[in-house]
Structures are given as C-alpha cells and as structure tokens.
Ligand binder design. Structure first.
Ligand code: NAI
Length: 388
C-alpha cells in the first residue's frame, strides 16, 4: 500500500527539520513492512517559497490539492506582515475547516522538565479550531465599527459598555462544539482511555463556554456514546472499562493538571482555553518545541510541527526536528502503522539516552553533547536501522 501524503516543508527552519524527518519516516515504514507500506510524498507550495515561485503565499493549486487530500504534513510557515493574510495557518484551518486541533502531550524520556513527575502527564488535548474569539470578529477601539456595535449593544440590548472600548465577538455554536467533543470521545473510546474532561469557563460565560459544557453532556447521551460512558460523580460507581466524563472550570484545570496529572487523559476545550492548556502542558513535559500536533477536518488530517519558523536558527543546521518527526509518528498511528510508529519512538528514546542531541536540548541536559539537525536525523536513522 502506497499512501499519498502532501507536504509543505515550510519557512525558516522548516526545510531543515523536514529534511531530517522524512528519511526517518520512510526508513521506519520500510523496516516494518518491506515494500508492503510506503509513502508517496507530493510537495505543495506555500509561504515564502510559493511567494518566490508563483507570487502568492498560498496558491489556489495548493488549496485545491488539500481540499481533495486525506493526509498532509507541514513545517512552520511565517506570515510576512502586510501581505493580505492575518496568518497563513489560520487561513489554512478556516479554508479547509480543520476544526479539531489535536495535541498529545507525553514526556519524552531524558528531556528536561520543570516539574517533578513529568512522566505522570499523558494527555491528549482536543481544541476547537474555528470558533470562539479566534473567529476574527474584532474591532479597534474608537473605530466606526466598534462604535456602531457598542451603540447597538447599549441602545438595543441595554448592555453597559464603554463607547471607547475595543470589541471582540465570541461565537460558539452547538454544531461546532459537538463535532469537536464527539471526536474527542471517539478517540478516548477507541484507545480505551479512562476519562474525558470538558474544559470551560461556563461559570462566567454562561452561554458560550457554558453552552460548550452543556452540549458536551448532550453528546454523551447520544446512542453512539451513552452505553460506554458515565458521569464521574455517578453513584454507585459503574462497571470498569467505561469512559468517565467530567467537566472542570478552566482556571481550576490549570491547577489540577499540575497537582494531579494522572486524573486526566483526554481534554476537550474551546479554542482559547485549548490554546492555553496545550502550551502549558507541553511546557510541563519540557517540550514546547518538541510537541507534535494535527489539525483535522472530517476528511483531511493535516499534521504539523507546533513551533514556529525560528528565523534566528534558520540555515544554521541547529534546529531540533523532533516536533515534526513526532507529528509524522502521529500520522503513522493515524494510519494504523503502529509498528513503524513504535520503532521511531524507540529510536528517539535511544538517541536521547545516548545523550547526543540538538543544541536546544544539549543546553539543558547536563553531560549531553551537541550535534546539528542533519546529524541528529542520521543518528535517528541509525537507531531505526538497528532496532527495526
Ligand atoms: P518560534 O517557535 O519560531 O521560536 C520560539 C523559540 O523557540 C525561539 O527561541 C526558537 O529559536 C526556538 N525554537 C523553535 N523551534 C525550534 C526547533 N525546532 N529547534 C530548536 N529551537 C526551536 O516562535 P516565534 O519566534 O514566535 O515565531 C517565529 C515565526 O514563526 C513567526 O513568523 C510566526 O508567525 C511563525 N509561527 C508559525 C507557526 C506555524 O507555522 N505553525 C507557529 C508559530 C509561529
């Protein structure tokens, strides 16, 4: 089986981390399945390379290919200021309706962490990606639009508002919330995970965030889920093997994931909460620059490195390719190519344990030796070859 995967190397360090990652993905598939399973890689243009080659940051041909695709992977993209896009990434997510941003957070053996038990963190965040304050409905303080909207709020709805305020709108729909929560619940059930937590600030924002919580519990009553889940506070406790559903207010969740990380496994969150908790948890395992991610629509799974283009490192062979490589591992897992995924995880553990790592990690790991992005990729390849 040959799987077509569209790829965008990206800007800044993107091409370097991609060049180090792709051979490892190919080698793991070859080692695990011989000629039985492999990738048919097809490059798409986006970002600075697209601008240089065809005068556009996001050519229509790229969007057209992605609209029909099932799998894609990308490095980071920079958005040059004043070129017509707020952000290429946000544009891609909205145009392709990539409504679920999924970030697994797990400690990578050997990486330095600011907490005492980073290995107790094993969670997957499902963040809604298209609604909430990220919808882009925002008006500048003092502008005509803001004044018009504020006047409407004051005169028609009786709201107490400062007429000089900047205003943003927070749309959150039942449909948008439910499709994200269904996806999180399916993931938890498929992987036999113990708990699904709805993260919200519904005590204050009763209709938007409170709606997210209520719609979450409604989803759990649907035929697909009801027999397999139970509300955490149910008495007497139900039979083992069912998925526990609970909800936690956003600020309390930040405390709880630090103090009792073992209580949480899958977290479903609206856009802004999900953004915050994803980065906080990634930092908790020491891996803000190492964390993998995927954005999904109902058709396309678009895997991506979660860091930016790191312009200061670009072209210096000093970037860490782990985030993009682990995004590729998620793709292998998504395809069910579990042997190849496991092989890369073991190779990464072995390279970390041997203590020759990229400069970002070497600076924090006592006794570790520093190596370049390309050489780090070669060390991984050697381990894949040895362990496969
Ligand atoms: P950044 O993630 O590029 O850099 C933050 C810090 O992390 C820097 O010190 C950088 O050197 C370090 N770093 C990041 N990735 C690394 C890696 N793989 N290995 C070693 N060190 C690494 O974030 P920043 O500086 O805020 O953004 C730079 C550019 O990236 C901007 O144009 C931004 O728009 C874009 N960006 C793109 C994203 C995407 O395509 N998904 C996500 C975030 C930012």
């Amino acid at each position: 089986m040959r799987k077509t995967v569209y790829f965008i190397p990206g800007d800044g360090i993107g091409p370097e981390v991609w060049a180090a990652s792709r051979p490892v993905l190919d080698a793991a598939a070859a080692k695990s399945y011989g000629n039985g399973r492999s990738f048919d890689w097809r490059e798409l243009l986006a970002g600075e390379k697209a601008l240089a080659e065809c005068g556009e940051l996001l050519p229509e041909a790229t969007l057209e290919a992605l609209r029909g695709a099932e799998l894609a992977i990308k490095g980071p993209l920079s958005t040059p200021v004043g070129k017509g896009f707020r952000s290429l990434n946000v544009t891609l997510r909205q145009t392709l309706d990539l409504y679920a941003c999924i970030r697994p957070v797990r400690h990578l053996k050997g990486t330095p962490s600011p907490v005492r038990r980073p290995d107790a963190v094993d969670m997957v965040i499902f963040r809604e990606n298209t609604e909430d304050v990220y919808a882009g409905i925002e008006y500048e303080a003092g502008g005509a639009e803001a004044k018009k909207l504020l006047a409407f709020l004051r005169d028609e709805l009786g709201a107490r508002v400062d007429m000089d305020a900047a205003v943003g709108i927070k749309p959150m729909s039942e449909k948008g919330s439910k499709r994200l929560i269904r996806r999180a619940a399916r993931h938890a059930l498929r992987h036999k995970l113990p708990a699904l937590t709805l993260m919200h600030k519904g005590n204050i924002m009763k209709f938007t965030e409170g709606g997210f919580r209520r719609w979450g519990y409604e989803v759990m009553e649907e035929e697909e889920f009801a027999p397999f889940v139970f509300k955490e506070d149910t008495a007497p406790a139900p039979a083992a093997g069912k998925l526990a559903i609970n909800d936690v207010i956003a600020d309390a969740l930040f405390q709880s994931v630090l103090l009792q990380p073992e209580r949480f496994s899958v977290i479903a969150a609206p856009n802004l909460n999900g953004d915050y908790i994803s980065d906080a948890l990634a930092a908790q395992v020491g891996g803000l620059g190492l964390a993998p991610g995927v954005n999904m629509s109902d058709r396309l799974a678009f895997f991506e490195a979660t860091h930016g283009t790191a312009p200061g490192l670009a072209g210096r062979d000093a970037a860490n390719p782990t985030s993009l490589l682990l995004s590729g591992v998620l793709m292998l897992e998504h395809l069910g190519w579990l042997e190849a995924a496991g092989l890369i995880r073991r190779a990464l553990d072995a390279v970390m344990a041997a203590g020759t790592v990229t400069p970002d990690l070497a600076a924090q790991m006592p006794g570790a030796a520093s190596t370049g992005c390309r050489a780090f990729g070669e060390l991984l390849l050697r381990q894949v070859d040895r362990l496969g």
